[in-house]
Design a protein around this ligand. Sequence first.
Ligand code: GDP
Ligand code: MN
Ligand code: MN
Length: 251
Amino acid sequence: MELFAVPDLPEIEPGDDLAALITERVDLRPDDVVCVASTVVSKAENRVKALDDFPAGPRAREIATELASITGETKDPRFAQAVLEESTELLIEAPFLLTETRFGHVNVNAGIDRSNVAGGDLLLLPKRPDESAERLREGLVADRVVVTDTCGRPFRHGQRGVAIGWAGTPASRDWRGERDRDGRELTATVESVVDELAAASNLVAGEGAGGTPVVVVRDFAFGDHQGSDELFREIDDDLVRQAIREWRFRG
Ligand code: GDP
Ligand code: MN
Ligand code: MN
């Protein structure tokens, strides 16, 4: 398997045809996986917003005041309003905001970025990343597309790429029922392939001014396995999120 960044992509503007910009720069093959940073998907889909687009309601003002008192920094209640509007559930409101986005992904600040946002204050995640991935796929020779974001994780320091949308591939490959080297049957392992592809592509894309938001994964074989599209856990099946619902920050 080989990964390489698509060279010379411009600053992406609302309305840009990302698939065409990619196709002009690389000779894709049908079995390539094209991994695209959500940042540029959002820019193309005009998810660039101004803080003034989010007049703060009472809840957002309350959250911003509480955050400011904990962190000692001023917090813009319009930012809190944007996070609330992008979310279906506020899981943690102090000392930072952790929410479930409208498409089921749990992330700090609903994944709203304030870096690499030309021409605006905020960059929201794509509204429906699966649909974004599918639209991109239709415009590309490559059959598989993953939309990624850089995201933190519990238990460990550091961030890495995760998949927030995908098309043309199952999210996971299911090893259950297959055997290990000792002949023991695997009973639990469902491997999140789209997250692994996203982490690898994020490693190539970088986080700063590199200008390489699109990475091609060549010669990755999914193999002969059952696939599954489950990625985001539902609350009934998510013990960590259940625990967080009960938790309160106490300084
Ligand atoms: P995120 O992980 O989706 O939030 O995206 P990042 O902000 O970490 O950016 C990932 C990569 O895309 C970095 O190499 C950035 O320099 C690059 N990038 C971000 N926006 C643009 C853009 O509009 N055009 C180009 N060419 N690169 C961009
Ligand atoms: Mn991001
Ligand atoms: Mn990133």
